[in-house]
Design a protein around this ligand. Structure first.
Ligand code: 5GP
Ligand code: MG
Length: 197
């Protein structure tokens, strides 16, 4: 099993409190016909927690955009490869959800697809984490649960590395080497507190 050096950045309690506060801010803004659209797969955990705290009259559909692949930096322009049903979006208010707003391209492209290609009436963008350090385009979320100022590569609560760690119930930063690869520990040394199985 591979293990990586890491440190906990946000604990389970921090996540719970922040999502609860975000839900309270969002609820009054969700009027009329609203469709919540999490961006798969990173927004899954965040969406599951947030949506259960919002009015039950929401519709739920999905959009998938991919850019990271198996790397720790975005590799390509985000491309939609799973789209919501047109009737869930056209003329509706869309609550667009993502795990993290980093360079900004993913949320920007998702918002564009929903407004321009699907004719959403309006798109309210909401992310769990705002990480402004590496922003590359002029894109800000309408609201977010938490902001992280440092430029760290995070996993957990939906965020993955090579498909792993999305189900971690808190958020950790993986230590990266000069090439941007997570620092691996030998199996024997991997049993200390700074390791992640
Ligand atoms: P961006 O804003 O960079 O275009 O895209 C955001 C997407 O990049 C997120 O949905 C997430 O999949 C990925 N991403 C950005 N920052 C991180 C990070 O620190 N860790 C992980 N695992 N994924 C990230
Ligand atoms: Mg993602």
């Amino acid at each position: 099993m591979r293990r990586y050096r890491h440190r906990v950045v946000l604990g389970q309690k921090d996540l719970d409190l922040a999502v609860k506060a975000l839900a309270a801010r969002l609820a009054p803004r969700l009027v009329g016909e609203v469709t919540a659209i999490p961006i798969l797969g990173g927004a899954m955990m965040f969406a599951a927690d947030l949506l259960r705290r919002l009015p039950t009259s929401l519709r739920l559909d999905f959009l998938r955009l991919q850019s990271y692949g198996d790397h720790t930096r975005p590799q390509q322009v985000p491309m939609a490869d799973w789209l919501p049903q047109a009737r869930h979006v056209a003329g509706k208010t869309v609550l667009l959800l993502d795990d993290i707003l980093d360079a900004g391209r993913t949320l920007q492209e998702a918002k564009r697809v929903l407004l321009e290609d699907f004719g959403a009436a309006q798109v309210l963008t909401t992310v769990f984490l705002d990480k402004p350090a590496r922003r590359q385009v002029a894109m800000e979320a309408d609201d977010f649960a938490l902001r992280i100022e440092e430029d760290a590569f995070l996993v957990g609560y939906g965020l993955d590395y090579r498909g792993l760690y999305r189900n971690l119930p808190y958020i950790v930063a993986l230590e990266l080497d000069a090439q941007g690869q997570p620092v691996e520990l030998e199996a024997a040394a991997g049993l200390d507190e700074g390791s992640l199985g």
